[in-house]
Design a protein around this ligand. Sequence first.
Ligand SMILES: NC(=O)c1ccc[n+]([C@@H]2O[C@H](COP(=O)([O-])OP(=O)(O)OC[C@H]3O[C@@H](n4cnc5c(N)ncnc54)[C@H](OP(=O)(O)O)[C@@H]3O)[C@@H](O)[C@H]2O)c1
Length: 317
Amino acid sequence: MKIVIPGGTGQVGTILNRALTAAGHEVVVLTRRPMRDREVRWDGRTMGPWAEAIDGSEVVVNLAGRSVSCRYTATNLQAMMDSRVHSARLVGEAIASASQPPRLWLQMSTATVYAHRFDAPNDEATGVLGGTEPDVPGYWAYSVEIAKNWEQAQERAETPHTRKVALRSAMVMSPDRGGVFDVLLWLARLGLGGPVAGGTQYVSWIHDHDFVRAVEFLADRDDVAGPVNLAAPHPLPHRAFMRALRASWGVPVGLPATKWMAEIGALALRSNTELLLKSRRVVPGRLLEAGFVFDHAEWPGAAADLVRRVRSERRPG
Ligand SMILES: NC(=O)c1ccc[n+]([C@@H]2O[C@H](COP(=O)([O-])OP(=O)(O)OC[C@H]3O[C@@H](n4cnc5c(N)ncnc54)[C@H](OP(=O)(O)O)[C@@H]3O)[C@@H](O)[C@H]2O)c1
C-alpha cells in the first residue's frame, strides 16, 4: 500500500514508518523539514504540491501537531490547538480535491478526550468525555477542547470516498530514546519511580507493536469508522504501573512524590503534570468488538518486553 503520514517524523511516526516500511509498504512522510528519502515538504497550514502525495495513496495517517510535552503557557496551548486543527482541516481538503482519494484517513486524536475518572473505564459507547470535571485545573479542560476540535476537523471534512477513523490513542510505549517509556524508565532507574500524588490515577497505555497492529487491522477492515480507542484492555493505577516498571528493570524502590514535587519536576523537564496526574481509564471497546487481539494486554508483560528490547538495542558494541 502507499501510505502517507503527515507529521510522521516524531515518536509515533518513527514507530509506524519503521514497521510499515519493513512490512513492504511505500511510506511517504509530510514534514516541515524534509531530510530523508520519501519525505515531502509541507507547512501544515497551506495547500501546496505536497497534496500530490495524497492523490493516489491508499491510506493517510495524520499525526501532525505541536508536542504536548511542554509548559502549558497560553502561547503553547494555542499552538497545540492550531497545529492540530489546521493540519487536520488541510489533510481533509487535500483528500477532498484528490482525483484518486485514499480509501482510509486515520486521524490521530487522544485518550485525553475522556474525563478524569476513577470509577469506571471509558469505552467509545459509554465513555464520558472530559471538560466539565470539578476540581481539576482549567487547562485540563482546554486539552479536552483541543481533542474535540481536532476530531471535529476530521468529521466536518467532506470526503465521501474516504473512510474516516479518529485514533483516540493512549500513551504509545516503545523502547526508542526520548519516548515516554524511555523517560519513565529513566526516572525509575534514578529511584524516582514511585507513586505520584497517591498513585490512584489510572494509566492507559499501548505497546508499540499493538499500536502498529491496530493501525494495520483498521486498514484491512472496511467497516470501522468514527472514534476508536487505541489502548491496551487493562489500564491500571499509576502506583501499580510504576511498580511493574521498576520490577521489569530490577529497581527495588521508588520514592513517592507529592503533587507539588511533581510540579517542580515537570517545571525542570519543561513539561506539565497533566500527563502524570490525569486519571485516564480508557479501554478498547470497538477494537475488541471487531475481533482485534492484543499481543500485549497486561502491563507487567509489556514492560518486561520493552525492557528486554531496551537492553538488547542499547548493548554497547
Ligand atoms: N506519543 C504518544 O504516546 C501519543 C499518544 C496519543 C496521542 N498522540 C498524538 O499523536 C501525534 C503524534 O505523536 P508523537 O508523539 O509522534 O508527537 P511528536 O513526536 O511531537 O511528533 C509530531 C510531529 O508533528 C509535526 N509538527 C509539530 N508541530 C507542528 C506544526 N506546528 N505544524 C505541523 N506539524 C507539526 C512534527 O513534524 P515536523 O517537525 O517534521 O514537521 C512532529 O514530528 C501528536 O499529535 C500527539 O499529540 C501521541
